[in-house]
Design a protein around this ligand. Structure first.
Ligand SMILES: [Ca+2]
Ligand SMILES: [Ca+2]
Length: 285
């Protein structure tokens, strides 16, 4: 009887603990190592090390332990006053984001935003946050410049289906999609998820191989942009600026599109092509 009473109390305690709400936790990483991929155990935290911790919700050398939801990454003001760009290590590959995280590239030196440079060799960022622990939360990137990315599609950024991404004051420039099929494209961004863009500029991106489409953006998901400049991008097949596909949704507000070129194969839609109505609001003259 005594044992039964002890077990009963134990189970009641366990039940009570398991029904208590967990305290919200998040880890704020501050990157203070410019090199990529960074040196494990050297006492400073690189962006790739911080992302690894944020993605895996585990401890990664020099950075600390990631949390299930709400992790943030920012950049040390003193270190990044002298270096405003991270040259991505091509052998380490694309920066993959597989859990919700907010990365703010605000700098306080001569440059006000951090540049991530793919060296015309690799895709800069790939977002597949649907597979991570924070599946219900968006990935937020702000105050960054993604440049010189290259892959078969989404040279600057590839967003997988199921992922939700918000870009604020993020430029994607001089990136290319090298795939030759009509389903390849998005020199700047390939979006199969939900993408919301505020401000920023997409310029000088290309999808000019074979039947590449969407110089700046190839969209098969849900896309909205507000206050964004999309200039000087080019494609081979269609959508010099934006190519969007059947069933995809696009809302553009106060978006400037100038000097985008859809080439000659067959060259539909210099600014954008879409089988669906695009909701737009035009800024007053
Ligand atoms: Ca390190
Ligand atoms: Ca996390």
């Amino acid at each position: 009887m005594q044992m039964r009473r002890i077990w009963g109390r134990g189970l009641a305690t366990l039940f009570t603990l398991s029904t208590l709400p967990l305290a919200a936790q998040a880890t704020d990483f501050v990157v203070d190592e410019v090199g990529d991929p960074g040196t494990a155990g050297n006492g400073t935290c690189s962006l790739r090390e911080a992302l690894s911790a944020a993605n895996s919700d585990t401890a990664v050398a020099d950075c600390g332990t990631g949390s299930a939801d709400g992790d943030t990454i920012s950049f040390d003001g003193t270190v990044f006053a002298l270096a405003s760009s991270i040259a991505l290590d091509n052998a380490s590959g694309t920066l993959v984001i597989s859990d919700d995280v907010s990365i703010d590239g605000t700098l306080s030196g001569a440059a006000t935003r951090l540049t991530l440079d793919g060296g015309d060799a690799i895709r800069v960022t790939q977002i597949d946050a649907a597979s991570g622990a924070g599946t219900s939360q968006a990935v937020n990137l702000s105050n960054l410049i993604l440049t010189n990315g290259q892959d078969v599609d989404g040279g600057g950024m590839h967003i997988a289906a199921g992922s939700s991404v918000s870009l604020t004051a993020v430029d994607v420039t001089s990136s290319s999609a090298t795939g030759t099929a009509a389903s390849n494209g998005g020199g700047g961004i390939y979006n199969a998820g939900t993408l919301s863009i505020s401000g920023g500029e997409l310029s000088g991106n290309t999808a000019t191989a074979g039947s590449g489409s969407g110089g700046a953006i190839f969209n098969t998901g849900t896309l909205s942009a507000d206050g964004t400049t999309i200039n000087g991008n080019s494609s081979a097949r269609a959508g010099g600026g934006i190519e969007t596909r059947d069933g995809a949704a696009v809302t553009l507000a106060n978006v400037t599109m100038d000097g985008n070129d859809a080439g000659t194969n067959p060259g539909n839609g210099g600014a954008c092509t879409s089988p669906m109505p695009i909701r737009t609001t035009i800024p007053p003259p």
